[in-house]
Design a protein around this ligand. Structure first.
Ligand code: IPE
Ligand code: MG
Length: 230
């Protein structure tokens, strides 16, 4: 979700107004994805590197996050949405963490869309943490170095119980990954739109999904193979 700041600047508004509008987009897109049957929606809401932004902006973002969670938990319950969080949790303010945990707890039994917020999240940090946990398992004698393959390492990532993403959308015209799900995106279809996140709406989502439908996912195989001609 990128471009909140630029959306605001283009309108001579403060960046935080852009973030507020960004939250409105989140609500609409979450609802739409849940309605059309998306199983997993993961939103990159705050990166490990975003802590380096001006203190006032970080504080405002944390407040917005808290408001979003308290206001939306009942809707998640209504819509059968299971909520969860990935990222470096201990870095989040305790009161924000409290609200997040409450939302996770009360929606744990839901069977509809899994909504994951990536908060204080960085993929390199996630992979390093997984390596650390693997090392501990080896040191404890529960795992041998020979058993460590890609499937094994994946079980130690924050996303252990989630499928790899089929599709990634990045808004605001930036064409980079910015330390998001580096491991999990290996075969993900990527989509970039010029729209800033506050301007991303239902029509834009559908446009992106129609693009996705035209992609041929070969996972290293040939086109004939994936079409079942071989
Ligand atoms: C994305 O919008 C929201 C967060 C990273 C929290 P930005 O704040 O990155 O907006 P730009 O990139 O400055 O336009
Ligand atoms: Mg940005």
């Amino acid at each position: 979700m990128d471009g909140n700041g630029r959306w605001a600047k283009a309108r001579m508004l403060q960046r935080i107004i852009g973030h507020q509008r960004g939250v409105e987009t989140v609500k609409k897109i979450v609802e739409e994805c849940s309605t059309i049957g998306i199983r997993y929606l993961t939103l990159f809401a705050f990166s490990a590197e975003n802590w380096l932004r001006p203190k006032t902006e970080v504080k405002a973002l944390m407040m917005l996050l808290k408001h979003y969670i308290t206001a939306e938990t009942s809707r998640m319950l209504n819509d059968n949405i299971r909520f969860r969080v990935i990222g470096n949790r201990p870095e989040l303010p305790p009161d924000v963490l409290h609200h997040l945990d409450e939302a996770i707890r009360v929606t744990a039994g839901n069977t509809g869309m899994t909504l994951t917020l990536a908060l204080s999240y960085g993929a390199r940090q996630e992979i390093a943490a997984a390596a650390r946990r693997v090392a501990l398992e080896v040191a404890a004698g529960r795992l041998t170095p020979g058993e460590i393959d890609d499937a094994c390492l994946a079980r130690f990532l924050d996303t252990a119980d989630m499928p790899d993403p089929d599709f990634l959308i990045r808004t605001s015209g930036e064409m980079r990954i910015s330390n998001f799900l580096l491991w999990q995106l290996a075969y993900t279809e990527l989509y970039f739109t010029e729209k800033n996140w506050p301007d991303f709406d239902r029509d834009e989502l559908y446009k992106a999904l129609v693009h996705y439908q035209s992609r041929e996912r070969r996972f290293g195989k040939t086109s004939d193979q994936v079409k079942g001609r071989v």
